[in-house]
Ligand binder design. Structure first.
Ligand code: GLU
Length: 509
């Protein structure tokens, strides 16, 4: 086996969105290939024509690109032509290849037609259950004589093509789990092709099944390491038997553990976001997600480093350090990593990523005119979010001013109930009324000093009521940054009340 230049593949079925489990599989394959100077290829497993959809294929390619996982070989799409010399890379375009290989196995006597009906197979299964035997195919059609086969074919009886497995242990090496062995009788003769009718296409017509096509493709595409989810472990002995039947070398395997939610149930939508595109819409950065996915089942050699760029992961990653125990998806940790990368992100990038969250609030504002202001807004509020789609709610002190709601809020009401609060606010309102034009931060500061001197109120008693009157809350981001932001935003024509309007409204309520 060629281990100096490994060839690995990510082989998703385009039947739904790319979720974290599959994205981690793609990432580990990619890291393994990049680290070893090998090839990472993308193969689309779209033989389930009813469930496969082009939009899912396009979306998963977009998601992979967004994560930074480029492929060296793969099918053509809107952005690129087919890459690589082992194509086609869509299984739906490889049916002739599978048919040709089925023909070969049948001719060599390594596969045989099985005419058992679903009812017969079900009866066999029930009998096995009753007798506490293994629920596997009995091999009844293995020994059909040629005359019976010919009669069945002539009568147009549908059949499946089954692989004849000789009785011997089916072994493979798993880089995560070590040597694995299955007894042949626990596998029995697996179906390679179903619903064949022996029509014009000959014996090989019909629907080739997953275990068969995946093996033919992995062999023909010269895959050296099959890295995938551990839900495929029980399929692997069947695939090993197919490699053996063709006389192909069996690749190395690495089966990755299941990803669980905090309740140790299989991760599902119930636990929160699971698809990559949802994380993207929520304003997670791809580098945070990649970093987090890498840690789901793999850990650094020093046992403590947790932040890795894709480049650093490429240096550090090894399958030997991948654990077979289930990984628990921890949203808090993902959020922690996202905050880490948000802190490092270029302001311009954050502005591009965040503009969409404010489309309602900024309707009518010219993006170019408010650009600097928007950067200031982000500088103030991005440090307060886990992911960018929290920005509209977090920046409510700027956009969501509502005097009545501010008064009605219980915590605010407690602050405002003090006599000192009433005095402070009326002093402030007097000054605002006596003042012409915009409220400059310097003027505001001066008023606060004057009010402090005139009333003797200071500290929290002085500042909390004022904060409530202007931002709707007694605590939050730095006030001396918020105040000019509000004032400048209103002056730029963003649809928010100015400081003056806020104070007047609040005092008037
Ligand atoms: N299409 C299969 C899946 O998405 C691929 C499994 C494999 O990697 O062999 O589960």
């Amino acid at each position: 086996m060629n281990t100096t230049n490994p060839r690995v593949r990510f082989a998703p079925s385009p039947t739904g969105m790319l979720h974290v489990g599959n994205a981690r599989t793609a990432l580990y394959n990619w890291l393994f290939a990049r680290r070893a100077g090998g090839v990472f290829l993308l193969r689309i497993e779209d033989t389930d024509l009813e469930r496969s959809e082009e939009r899912y294929e396009a979306q998963l390619m977009e998601d992979l690109r967004w994560l930074g996982l480029d492929w060296d070989e793969g099918p053509a799409d809107a952005d690129s032509g087919e890459k690589g010399e082992f194509g086609p890379y869509r299984q739906s375009e490889r049916l002739a290849i599978y048919a040709e290989h089925t023909e070969r196995l049948l001719n060599e006597g390594k596969a045989y037609p099985c005419f058992c009906t679903p009812e017969e197979l079900e009866a066999e299964r029930k009998q096995a259950v009753a007798g506490h035997g293994p629920q596997v195919y009995s091999g009844r059609c293995r020994t059909l004589d040629q005359t019976t086969i010919d009669e069945n074919l002539a009568a147009g009886k549908p059949f499946a093509v089954r692989l004849k497995i000789e009785d011997h242990p089916l072994r493979f090496h798993d880089l995560v789990r070590g040597p694995v062995e299955f007894a042949a009788e626990t596998v029995s003769d697996p179906i390679l092709v179903r619903s064949a009718t022996g029509g014009a296409g000959g014996m090989s017509e019909g629907i080739p099944v997953y275990n068969y096509v995946v093996t033919v493709d992995d062999a023909l595409m010269e895959i050296t390491h099959v890295i995938r989810g551990d839900d495929h472990i029980s399929n692997t002995p069947k695939q090993v038997a197919i490699y053996e039947a063709f006389g192909w070398p069996v690749p190395e395997f690495a089966h990755l553990s299941t990803i669980l939610g905090a309740d140790r149930e299989r991760l599902s939508k119930r636990h929160g976001a699971t698809s990559i595109s949802t994380f993207r819409e929520m304003g997670y950065l791809p580098e945070a997600l990649v970093n987090y996915l890498a840690l789901l089942g793999w850990g650094a050699e020093d046992g403590k480093t947790e932040t890795f760029t894709l480049e650093e992961l490429t240096q550090a990653f090894s399958l030997e350090r991948v654990t077979p125990s289930p990984a628990i998806f921890d949203f808090d940790k993902l959020n922690w990593l996202n905050r880490h990368y948000l802190k490092q992100a270029e302001p311009e990038r954050l502005a591009t990523l965040s503009w969409g969250y404010f489309s309602a609030q900024m309707a009518g504002a010219d993006p170019a005119a408010v650009h600097t202001w928007f950067l200031q807004l982000l500088a103030l509020f991005v440090p307060a979010v886990d992911h960018l789609d929290q920005l509209p709610a977090t920046s409510a002190p700027v956009f969501g001013f509502d005097a009545e709601a501010a008064r009605a809020n219980e915590e605010n009401a407690a602050v405002l109930a003090a006599d000192s609060a009433r005095t402070v606010l009326s002093e402030l309102a007097n000054r605002v009324r006596a003042h012409q034009g915009r409220v400059a931060p310097e003027a505001f500061k001066e008023w606060m000093n004057e009010i402090k001197a005139a009333t003797g109120v200071k500290g929290k008693e002085l500042f909390h009521p004022v904060r409530i009157a202007i931002t709707g809350a007694h605590s939050g981001r730095e006030f001396d940054k918020l105040l000019p932001l509000i004032e400048d935003g209103a002056a730029l024509g963003i649809n928010i009340p100015s400081v003056r309007q806020r104070i007047e409204r609040f005092v008037g309520v």
